[in-house]
Design a binder for this molecule. Structure first.
Ligand code: SF4
Length: 195
């Protein structure tokens, strides 16, 4: 795993498309039990080099019911976004994650994380990649149907402050989904792996 992570951190595959240049940000280890697949680093994450080190990360940790100490413990939690580098800004927010990343690195990383019990699919790009044809019409419908993807996956909306309106319009997420999410995260982080 160390050699793979070193290789990823030296990746320059899409230099020409990255306004701030490559800075791959990923956290992973072989014993990790919980895997989070998000979109791509924000500007703040790019600047600090720390995954989910922004308002979205604060909201996400509240959802999961875990503190920064657990969240950044790579032996327990893996953070593998769809794109590892900050993609730059478009007209209505950050650009989508670079496609090259999943094609180049995801399979190798996943092959080395065989103890993952629960994978959280955060946002449309992760849901499209990992749920394929079982994904519903949109993120709202997919999250609403979260029970269908258990026990391996749990789809979530992106915790960005930009989605505050969505959270207000869909109170069932906080009421019905978050308690289940917290329990499943707790179970994944405390379970004993059986080969
Ligand atoms: S986004 Fe992914 S594929 Fe592109 S340079 Fe960064 S690590 Fe490499």
């Amino acid at each position: 795993m160390d050699a793979l992570l070193a290789e990823i951190r030296n990746c320059r595959a899409c230099t020409a498309h990255l306004p701030l240049g490559p800075r791959p940000i990923v956290q992973a280890s072989a014993p990790a039990r919980l895997l989070l697949i998000g979109q791509a680093p924000s500007m703040t994450v790019h600047t600090t080099g720390v995954p989910w080190n922004d308002k979205s990360g604060e909201q996400l940790r509240r959802w999961l019911g875990i503190d920064r100490e657990v969240f950044y413990d790579a032996t327990r939690v893996a953070l593998m976004p769809m794109g590892f580098c900050y993609p730059g800004r478009g007209i209505s927010g950050d650009l989508p994650p670079r496609r090259e990343c999943a094609e180049l690195w995801h399979a190798s990383l996943l092959a080395q994380m065989k103890q993952v019990e629960l994978t959280l699919l955060i946002g449309q790009y992760a849901q499209r990649q990992f749920l394929g044809a079982t994904r519903k019409a949109g993120v709202t419908e997919t999250v609403e149907a979260f029970a269908e993807y258990a026990p391996r996956f749990m789809p979530l909306p992106h915790p960005s402050p930009r989605n505050t309106g969505w959270f207000k319009q869909h109170p069932w997420f906080e009421r019905d989904v978050l308690p289940v999410l917290r329990e499943r995260v707790r179970q994944a982080l405390t379970s004993t792996f059986v080969p």
